[in-house]
Design a protein. Structure first.
Length: 140
């Protein structure tokens, strides 16, 4: 399974650290967020919109894998894809459920020349007990 993946995986703890998702209570080695610091990562949730609306990680954008790509293999333009393109210099963390959609989406981003793409190991379920899953605002 792992041999078919073109992108590294990131652990939940490393995602918390890089994304500055929590303070000392949730991380063994917390980072201090500088006042004017920009996020180091962009979290792309590739689950269905309905699942995304039920709860996701703070600051993530939703690009459902099933409807993300045209028959030619290009990303279909949307508000979330514009955010992805505007922040493509950041580390892109693809988050999904336990299936292959996140890895497949990440592989497609690499094929489309996106750099610094990784996949959350074991999917969003690893955050169920952390209190870090939030309901996203309606406009994303």
């Amino acid at each position: 399974e792992l041999k078919g993946e073109k992108c590294p995986r990131i652990s939940a703890e490393d995602l918390i650290e890089l994304g500055e998702l929590a303070g000392a209570a949730h991380s063994r080695s917390p980072t201090k967020k500088r006042q004017n610091s920009k996020p180091m990562i962009l979290i792309v949730d590739v689950r269905l919109y309905e699942d995304y609306r039920r709860g996701t990680l703070q600051g993530s954008i939703n690009i459902p894998f099933q409807t993300a790509f045209s028959p030619e293999g290009d990303l279909i333009l949307s508000a979330a894809v514009h955010v992805l393109n505007a922040r493509r210099s950041q580390v892109i963390v693809v988050v999904g459920s336990r299936g292959r959609n996140a890895a497949n989406f990440a592989n497609e981003l690499v094929r489309l020349c996106y750099a610094r793409v990784c996949v959350l190991h074991r999917g969003i379920d690893v955050f169920r007990t952390t209190g870090l899953i939030t309901v996203p605002p309606a406009d994303l």
